[in-house]
Design a protein around this ligand. Structure first.
Ligand code: SF4
Ligand code: SF4
Length: 64
């Protein structure tokens, strides 16, 4: 299973990852840390990692 981890020290809580995720994995709002709530829906597309302006996200794992 894919897993996205948030570096809380780097994240500026901009909400970009939550708004762009095609699978609606995150449930945070702007000004909140991203909540990786629906992990089972993550497709590992890597979009959130690439678009995070603060390089705060890391994607690990894979399909099982
Ligand atoms: S895109 Fe990056 S900086 Fe913005 S909320 Fe998501 S993890 Fe934090
Ligand atoms: S890797 Fe893709 S599907 Fe998974 S949380 Fe990031 S944007 Fe969403």
């Amino acid at each position: 299973m894919w897993k996205v981890e948030v570096n809380e020290k780097l994240c500026k809580k901009c909400g970009i990852c939550s708004s762009l995720c095609p699978a609606k994995v995150f449930t945070n709002e702007v000004n909140e840390l991203p909540m990786y709530t629906h992990q089972e829906k993550c497709t590992g597309c890597n979009l959130c990692v690439l678009r995070c302006p603060d390089i705060a996200l890391t994607l690990t794992g894979g399909k099982k």
